[in-house]
Every structure is written in C-alpha cells, then in structure tokens.
Design a protein around this ligand. Structure first.
Ligand code: AMP
Length: 192
C-alpha cells in the first residue's frame, strides 16, 4: 500500500499533480477541498458550515474536518486498498497527528510527503487566473491573501513534522506540469 500526501500552498498544483499521480500509481485521490465543495453544491449541513469558512479563505475547524476524513476512509475500504493520495489534508498539526493515528489503526502509514514549493507571487497569479476560468469563489484577491497567510501560519509547520520522520521531499513546483510530474514520480519511486 502506497499512501502519499501532497503538500504546498494554495494554487501550487496539488490537485493537478494528484490526479496524475492517482492514475499512474492506482491510488485513490482524496481532495478535501473537492469533498467540501461537493457538500456545498449539494447544500448539505456540512456544506453550509464549510461555505462560511471557504468563502473567506479560512480553514474548516479541525474537529469537523477530521470527522469528514475519518468517515470517508472508513466507507471507502475497497477503493483505498492500493493506497491513497491525500490532497489538501492535513493542513494543521492536529490533522497530521490524527492522520498518522488513523492510518496506524488501519495498519498502514504515510510513506512520502511531496512538498510543492512555489513563491507566493506566483501562487497569487495562478489563483487569480484560475478564478477567471473556474469561477472558484475563493480565488479572489481578498480570500487569496487570507489563504496564503493561513498556509504560512497553520500549514507550513507540518513541513518540520514530516521532516522529523524523514518523510518530506521538497519539489520545485515551478515549470511545466509534466516536468514537475517527472520529478514527483522520481521521488515516489525512490521511496517505494
Ligand atoms: P483546496 O481545494 O485544497 O484549495 O481547499 C479549499 C478550501 O477548503 C480551503 O481554503 C479550506 O477552506 C477548505 N479545506 C480544504 N481542506 C481542508 C483541511 N484539510 N482543513 C481545513 N479546511 C480545508
């Protein structure tokens, strides 16, 4: 079983690269952002709560986010049997610790954390462009500023958490999609 985390700022290419990784390695792709946007589209109770945070560029509270992920993992045992690529989760230290604990119960673990490194100015440009094309409501200047600040404060400390256990691989996230994908595959293959 190969479990990966893709890590990086908003707009760093996590979603694009995760889809390619999932396809190549036969992994189940869990994007917590997509899961939450699906709840919003279906107007569920979770969707209503999620919307109030996402629209402002803030993180959904850990307790709710962890519960959503736990329920998803427990209900997808056949889809996840070859492994999972976690995209957008964990985003806080409590989430990272909980993920390790959850996987331990399932007798598996995170093998590699791929950190996509992209400067803030480039992330901002990418998200503004994406906002025009996809109409994502959090791809506007105000929410982008908050998302970058939240990333540096709450998510970046995870880098040290994963480095401590030797699971973090930094990848330069600038360049063409295929160039970046090749570097990611080399990192995964080296760790397998
Ligand atoms: P993403 O599609 O990964 O950029 O996520 C979009 C938004 O969904 C984030 O800005 C958060 O508001 C919310 N979100 C996604 N994943 C998480 C998470 N692991 N913890 C808290 N909030 C999350």
């Amino acid at each position: 079983m190969l479990n990966l985390v893709i890590f990086g700022g908003p707009g760093s290419g996590k979603g694009t690269q995760s889809a390619k990784i999932a396809k190549k390695y036969g992994l189940y792709h869990i994007s917590t952002g997509d899961v939450l946007r699906d709840h919003i589209a279906r107007r569920t109770d979770i969707g209503k709560v999620a919307h109030s945070y996402i629209s402002q560029g803030m993180l959904i509270p850990d307790k709710l986010m962890i519960k959503i992920l736990e329920d998803l993992l427990k209900s997808r045992t056949s889809e996840t049997k070859h492994g999972v690529i976690f995209d957008g989760f964990p985003r806080t230290l409590p989430q990272a610790r909980e993920l390790d604990a959850l996987l331990e119960v399932l007798e598996t673990k995170i093998s590699v954390v791929i950190g996509l490194e992209v400067p803030d100015a480039e992330l901002t440009q990418r998200m503004l462009l994406r906002g025009k094309e996809s109409g994502r409501e959090d791809d506007n200047e105000k929410a982008i500023k908050t998302r970058l600040a939240v990333y540096h404060k709450q998510t970046e400390p995870l880098e040290a958490y994963y480095k401590e256990t030797g699971r973090y691989v930094a990848i330069n996230g600038e360049g063409s999609i295929d160039e970046i994908f090749d570097k990611i595959c080399a990192a995964i293959d080296a760790a397998k």
